[in-house]
Ligand binder design. Sequence first.
Ligand code: URA
Length: 231
Amino acid sequence: MGGRPKRRVGRRPVTRLLGGNPEGQDPRESKSIFMDQAKQKQQQLDDLAADIVASNVCPALAATATNLVMGDGDPDADIVFVGEAPGKNEDEQGKPFVGAAGKFLNEMLEDIGLARKDVYITNTVKYRPPNNRDPLPEEKKAFLPYLKQQLAIIQPKLIVTLGKHGTETFLPGLKISQIHGQPKRLRGLVVLPLFHPAAALYNGGMRQTLMDDFRKIPRILELIAQKGSVK
Ligand code: URA
């Protein structure tokens, strides 16, 4: 039975990537404000995870899952990555992207000077589908209100969707093969659709494309900081 998440997202020092130190403020003071904010947000995310369990969302998936995989990283992050659904390793550890695809994601983050603790990582569906099958439309639909609440708590500036399922959730009707690497504006947010690291891992061409697209993230963040959006 999928119970409460075994692991909580750690209470890590917070590094806001955009506007982290308001002018004229003692850096120690601003850091502590952001840490309080991160703590509050983490509490809200923990409450939301408990709500998913209490509301018995996707009971069939919950019955075969080991853990609810809510998310990992900075609850006050400017960037949220949204993948598909937990796999075997994620289900066992209660954390998203900890297997081979996660290792590749970590490497790409490092390549642009970021670590997992600087971003927040989650999935469209928060229980592992049996045998790693694709999440069903009704499963994505059932988890959507919770994903929306998660984002409303975190309030990121940039959502990076990883693969078809994450992308369709935010940009319905658009094909990842046609729009990957192109930032899109969505209700005050920017969404950057990328190929899924698992799909790109063993496909040389797609791997390079994903790495190239990933390297656009710092410039997109700069544009958001300067203009509030990408255009
Ligand atoms: N693939 C995903 O989409 N999410 C994970 O958490 C792991 C692999």
